[in-house]
Design a protein around this ligand. Structure first.
Ligand code: SF4
Length: 373
């Protein structure tokens, strides 16, 4: 018996909200063709619609001049229904960081962030409206889970970013999305099938998908162990980012409540297994919280826990400075403590970086924009 498939999902999705519109990004090329035929339309048009969506990044039916005018609106509503509307766009870093708050068909709010750097552009996307993981330091976690997003809703965030880059709307001239990180709202592994579907659409060759390299994609998790194991079997070498935030069960039970189900040991072992199977280095995310998880002894313990699985470079630690929130229990570490944390990890041979705080002036941490709306 396969233990992965028999484990129930950790958090059930609330019922009764209806389903997002079916979109070509939800479907494989064969399913797109079948869908059009079901609607009494010519199946071969699916490829043209896919080309408009994934390759030409067109969203205005008037520009789809290779489709017969008489059928155009039926074809577009059949496979390219509107999935989300932008409610608000906030910019920082001279327009090279753009955060968009999206309204989905049922009124749910999610957000995505585009970050342009010299030589690469990263889209940070949401995978759920809200989140059921209840991490106490996270704004999204406080509101609970509204619902899972569909594959197409996830993909559309990337396509929207790709469109604005292609149209030269982001300073730096026309460009492409090179990286996607599943670090927006939600726990990607709690919406596993839709997230895997999205990864496949992002990596499928154009015009079936966006034709991105799996190496440019990072899927994060707080540690749904059976799903980490399952991801290792998918044959798509994405980068896995494990949000650990504490090296000991006592503190992690509090910071990341899913830890009461899968402990630090099991979680890190699953991440190590992922690195071992895929040969991709795992990223350990660690949000530095003043006086909570940033003590020197915890840096030593973190290094020991990770080194327990070998020192062949399977892991990298990414420290995330929290936004400073004066008076809050959850605030940024003292810079001197942060430096000492890095020093201790590196002294034990752990490759470590401190994440740049792009977008902190527009509430770059996940969930904060939606929470204020
Ligand atoms: S930190 Fe991530 S997993 Fe935890 S509640 Fe927030 S969105 Fe969910």
């Amino acid at each position: 018996m396969d233990p992965i498939k028999t484990l129930p999902l950790v958090f059930e999705e609330p019922k009764g909200r209806g389903k997002p519109p079916r979109h070509l990004a939800d479907l494989t090329p064969a399913e797109r063709k079948a869908r059009l035929e079901e609607l009494g339309l010519p199946g071969f048009r699916a490829k043209q619609l896919s080309t408009h969506y994934f390759e030409r990044l067109v969203d205005d039916p008037a520009e789809m001049t290779d489709l017969p005018a008489a059928q155009r609106s039926e074809l577009v509503s059949g496979l390219l229904p509107e999935l989300m509307t932008p409610l608000r766009v906030m910019e920082a870093d001279k327009g090279t960081t753009r955060k968009t708050l999206w309204k989905l068909f049922d009124g749910s709010l999610v957000e995505s962030v585009l970050m342009r750097y010299p030589g690469r552009t990263t889209m940070c996307v949401s995978s759920q409206a809200g989140c059921g993981m209840a991490c106490p330091f996270c704004a999204t976690g406080q509101g609970g889970l509204q619902r899972n997003m569909s594959t197409a809703e996830i993909v559309e965030q990337v396509v929207a970013g790709a469109r604005s880059l292609a149209r030269g709307e982001v300073p730096g001239g026309p460009g492409r999305v090179s990286n996607v990180v599943f670090m927006g709202m939600g726990e990607p592994m709690a919406n596993y099938n839709a997230v895997i579907g999205a990864v496949r659409r992002l990596t499928d060759k154009a015009p079936d998908g966006l034709g991105m390299s799996a190496r440019g994609i990072t899927v994060s998790t707080v540690g749904l162990v059976p799903r980490i194991r399952q991801l290792a079997t998918e044959g798509i070498p994405v980068t896995l980012a494990l949000s650990l935030h504490a090296p000991d069960d006592e503190l992690r039970d509090e910071l990341v409540p899913i830890n009461t189900r899968w402990k630090v040991g099991e979680t890190v072992e699953a991440a190590w297994n992922y690195a071992n199977v895929t040969k991709r280095r795992v990223s350990i995310e660690y949000a530095m919280m003043r006086g909570i998880n940033d003590q020197a002894w915890r840096a030593d313990l973190l290094a020991d826990v990770l080194n327990g699985y070998g020192d062949w470079g399977w892991v990298h630690v990414n420290l995330i400075p929290l936004n400073p929130t004066p008076g809050s229990k959850w605030t940024a570490s003292d810079p001197a403590d942060e430096r000492e944390f890095v020093r201790r990890l590196e002294a034990k041979g752990i490759s470590t970086t401190v994440r740049d705080t792009r977008g902190s002036e527009i509430d770059g941490a996940c969930g904060q924009l939606a929470a204020t709306e």
